[in-house]
Design a protein. Sequence first.
Length: 395
Amino acid sequence: MRDDDWGLQVGKLSLEDTFGEGWTPPSSSATDESTNVILSNNIKFPLELIYQVIFIGGKRGSGKSYSAAVIMEELNRLGLQFVCIDPLDAHGHLSELHGVEAINPSRQETINMKKLLDKLKNSNSSLVINMSGLSLDLQQKLIAEYCEALLEAELGDRGLMTILEECQDFVPQLGRPSSFASIVRLCKLGRAKGYGVALISQRPAAVSKEALSQASIYMIHNVINTKDLDALKEQLSFGTDKETIQKILSGITYAGAGEMVCYAPEFFKEEGYVIVGKVDRPRRTEHKGKNIDVQASIGGPTSFATSRDTTPKKFDLSNIRDTLESEDDRFNDDEDISEEETQLETYEWVPQDNDLLDSETTPSRQGGGWVSAASAIGLISMGVYFVTRGLARKE
């Protein structure tokens, strides 16, 4: 008998296992790649995806921006157009693809939306707008102008997907920035003109419910925040039974990097509206959205704690005493400085356990550095002494 026959395994449950008994994974049958947007073997959509409203959510590092990039690469592969509004420069490498271009507006520049839409209409190119160099209010203003110009334009029957990264900054649940009404209008009215919207955020609770309610597809990566789960529960409750909702919410708390619960009633009717899996479609460009590589400097030549020197150190402060005595002569007072007050010749310092600096490797602890520190202490003491004596004489 093997232990794994009884379910013993290394690591956490798979996302599929969390759905429990009664749920059957969809078959990964061959897919016509010329008519489908493919995210994985079992997560795929017909070309109608381009004019849907999609919400892609998940905590930082869960894979939401990666999934969005896969969708854009798939649209490009199929000859469909998109505009990616990228406030964090997470998708800069997409412009390496044939048919994808990028612009990087600065604070001194604006975007002529008429020319932008004419370019989309008269070419088959897609566009990434890197807004990372702009302030938030400028980003919001440009997004509002883009959405309004797009709704007024006529691009024909070609379709266009607009991807909005960090959408909670542009269509928030609290507050009404200049971009808010325009995005909501695009979500509500865009489908009739063939315009889709992908809203991407790590905080579902921070995104306007008015905009989220327009989504027909939810691609949810790992989410653990209670408020975010409640926000998703509220949006998914329309036309979905409670058992299915509970499975979805339980599943996304188990999702690993790249894994998602995809809820799409319009497309996944036979699968019970829900498909789970990992976005593993091979990328054609490098994913730019990632964390910096932080490395420790311990052990290097400038390390603060490479060794410990616990030898007591003595410092000659006799010059401070002489200064005090010479200054004291200015007071024509017969009082003598007490013996206790004159014990300033030496000061003994013993390193404590919480001292992290290395006396041998840190130059500022040698010679002049310690004398300067001791001099400062002496001068402060001198000042206090003179003030005290002056007050005593006045009394």
